[in-house]
Design a protein around this ligand. Structure first.
Ligand SMILES: *[C@@H]1O[C@H](CO)[C@@H](O)[C@H](O)[C@H]1NC(C)=O
Length: 251
């Protein structure tokens, strides 16, 4: 989504009203893909930065990162003059891979302050960006997932085939290529009360250039002779606090 932060900086550069210059630091979240609201380690978010009016002397905009282990700003500083104040610079805020399994569930917020300084004046805080970073190093890390089903009624029995598609960040298995079969932990809970806990063999369908491993798997479950049963399964042990659930359905 496009959004713009405009912060009015009133830069009094002299004692007289006609000396007053007012620049606005214009930050626009760029449309570069991927450009998510929550960064996974290994991902970046991009901002285009420019001024709304010419500065009276060289203006410096600094991206000050609170925790440089988690976020790297590049370039961390951009300068504007009266000649290029309206030509945007693209600043990348990247969350580096760390290869560390973080114990906490969920996300953490990393502040990035945007400071404006013109000539010899004191720097002024122009904006505060909160960059949310999420660990991608736990084994069960799942980026997207879905389960659907088709039925396969064998004589006198109700057999459901569940089609499971899941995508992982490439840091989970950096070396896989399409056609490989990888094992991921999975617990399947069927609504006839049975549970299946094991590793699930999933086939790599594609390794996308955006850094995702797309996989698919099929699980067949025999619901027995009770043909009235609805067919439902949930897959846990995959997604931290969430579970995948199929769309249900009845025979
Ligand atoms: C920066 O982030 C790392 C990794 O999450 C953490 O271990 C460290 O304590 C953080 N440093 C500060 C100053 O917050």
């Amino acid at each position: 989504m496009w959004w713009t932060t405009r912060i009015l900086l009133c830069c009094f550069v002299g004692l007289f009203p006609y000396d007053v210059a007012a620049q606005v630091v214009v930050l626009t979240k760029s449309s570069v893909y991927p450009n998510p609201d929550t960064l996974l380690e290994g991902e970046s978010v991009f901002y285009d930065v420019q001024l709304s009016a010419a500065p009276s002397s060289t203006a410096k905009i600094t991206f000050l990162v609170t925790n440089t282990t988690r976020i790297i700003a590049s370039p961390a500083e951009v300068d504007f003059t009266g000649a290029d104040w309206d030509v945007p610079w693209r600043v990348e805020l990247a969350a580096p891979e760390d290869g560390v399994v973080e114990p906490s569930v969920g996300t953490e917020t990393n502040p990035v302050e945007v400071w404006y300084q013109e000539g010899g004046n004191a720097a002024t805080l122009a904006a505060s960006l909160d960059i949310v970073v999420q660990d991608n190093d736990y084994d069960q890390y799942l980026r997207h997932g879905a389960i659907s089903w088709t039925r396969d009624v064998t004589f006198g029995r109700s057999v459901a085939v569940f089609h499971i598609s899941m995508s992982y960040h490439t840091s989970l298995r950096p070396d896989v290529t399409s056609g490989d079969v990888i094992s991921v932990p999975a617990t399947l809970n069927f609504n006839d009360g049975s549970q299946w806990t094991n590793t699930l063999d999933v086939t790599v369908v594609e390794v996308s250039s955006e850094g995702y491993i797309l996989t698919s798997a099929e699980v067949t479950h025999d619901f027995g002779s009770s043909s009235a049963a609805s067919w439902e399964v949930s897959l846990s042990q995959c997604c931290r606090s969430n579970a995948l659930h199929n769309n249900g359905g009845t025979t």
